[in-house]
Design a protein around this ligand. Structure first.
Ligand code: NAI
Ligand code: PYR
Ligand code: MG
Length: 376
């Protein structure tokens, strides 16, 4: 199969779909790989390294999209990329369709087979292709929060760890999954006072064990969110209902009641955000202030540490990517229900229920089960 890797074009996005080591794996399985020039250059993966791994270098994205049968990317395709996709071609990348009607319409119109990293599942109820980036974003959320708590960056001037004689800052993590656990680890490492809210009691039990009682675990209710956010210096939004638009857990009034100079980091922004006042920002212009609360809502946080993130992402995406290339996308998905769960759009049909629930009525499309869509 001919596998194509275009250069990412989202704002300050330096990750790349395949590392040279991953290219070598595809080539050793008998596939051809075409990589857009400079696709990995910013993070130390030069065109020469890709050539040594067996790839051919293309001078434009158009060449990659025109030739490749399987396109491997990182971020959701931007409008001009969507327009280059076609029927018979498979796109393997993050999509986050539920909060994004424009992209959804363009992918439906393309006729392509679109597999979303974030909805591929595993045997333990996890999301194995989202997890590595959630680990990164969770860890970064506390770094970002600590930075913007500094006075010169708009914050209240609070040091999360405190010092002897001065109490530490309070960190509230809403959602105790992968992002939330990694945020809590970092916050705890800095010496902050950490509370995690989740609406899953089994998860709260696990967190209590993982952190050996060093973080407070609280069942997530409207009341708990209101109470703990009003006392917090940093709130990390880390909830997820897979594939669906994020629930809004803090409204404008509750945000107004927060301490002046406190910081909200809405990691769930890629699914539309979990705070009423959140809107997606970029690494170039990451924050804005509403009612004296600093909002950090970067939708591609791992892009900020693109070298670590690319390697972590490739570790997870490679086995499924190889299956897609080795067996052909249709057979690979029919053989593996977890990969099939990644299918969001196929030949104009939307195959992921939560995307239909979020956008079907607005855009006028219904739900087609993935197996039915693949049967044609
Ligand atoms: N902005 C960015 O760059 C990135 C964003 N993300 C996003 O971060 C979010 C979280 O991802 P993961 O941690 O991997 O998900 P996860 O599935 O591991 O964890 C989500 C947790 O939220 C909990 N939850 C759901 N509704 C809740 C509520 N009302 N109150 C409290 N907890 C609730 C669930 O029980 C679960 O424990 C997702 O939207 C993901 O797409 C992930 C990576 C990068
Ligand atoms: C998951 C995601 O949105 C990212 O890694 O950019
Ligand atoms: Mg206020």
């Amino acid at each position: 199969m001919l596998v194509g890797v275009p250069k990412e074009i989202k704002n300050h996005e330096y990750r790349v779909g395949l590392t040279p080591a991953a290219v070598k794996e595809f080539v050793s399985h008998g596939h051809e790989v075409i990589v857009e020039t400079l696709a990995g250059d910013a993070i130390g993966f030069s065109d020469e390294m890709y050539q040594q791994a067996g790839a051919t270098i293309a001078s434009t994205a158009e060449q990659v999209f025109e030739q490749a049968e399987l396109i491997v990317k990182v971020k959701e395709p931007q409008p001009n990329e969507c327009k280059m996709l076609r029927k018979g071609q498979t796109l393997y990348t993050y999509l986050h369709l539920a909060p994004d009607p424009t992209q959804t319409e363009l992918l439906i119109a393309s006729g392509a087979t679109c597999i979303a990293y974030e909805t591929v599942t595993d045997d333990r109820g996890g999301l194995p292709l989202l997890a590595p980036m959630s680990e990164v974003a969770g860890r970064m959320s506390v770094q970002a929060g600590a930075h913007y708590l500094e006075k010169a960056h708009g914050g209240s001037g609070t040091l999360l760890g405190g010092v002897p004689g001065v109490a530490p800052g309070k960190v509230l993590v809403i959602g105790g999954g992968v992002v939330g656990t990694n945020a809590a680890k970092m916050a705890l490492g800095l010496g902050a006072d950490v509370t995690i809210l989740d609406r899953s009691l089994p998860r709260l039990r696990q967190l209590d064990d993982i952190f050996n009682g060093q973080v407070k675990t609280v069942f997530s209710t409207v009341d708990a969110i209101e109470h703990y956010s009003s006392k917090a210096d940093l709130v990390v939004g880390a909830v997820l209902i897979p594939g669906a638009a994020a629930p809004k857990l803090l409204n404008r009034e509750q945000i107004r009641a927060m301490k002046p100079g406190s910081v909200l980091v809405d990691v769930a922004i890629d699914q539309g955000g979990c705070f009423e006042t959140s809107r997606a920002t970029t690494h170039q212009d990451p924050v804005y202030v509403v009612d004296d609360v600093v909002h950090y809502c970067v939708a591609n946080m791992p892009g900020g540490v693109a070298r670590t993130s690319t390697m972590a992402l490739n570790n997870a995406t490679l086995p499924f990517g190889l299956a897609l290339a080795n067996k052909g996308p249709k057979q690979a998905m029919l053989d593996d229900p977890h990969l099939l769960n990644g299918l969001n759009v196929h030949e104009g049909k939307v195959t992921y229920k939560a995307v239909v629930d979020a956008l079907g009525a607005q855009l006028g499309f219904g739900y087609t089960p993935a197996k039915e869509a693949l049967a044609g």
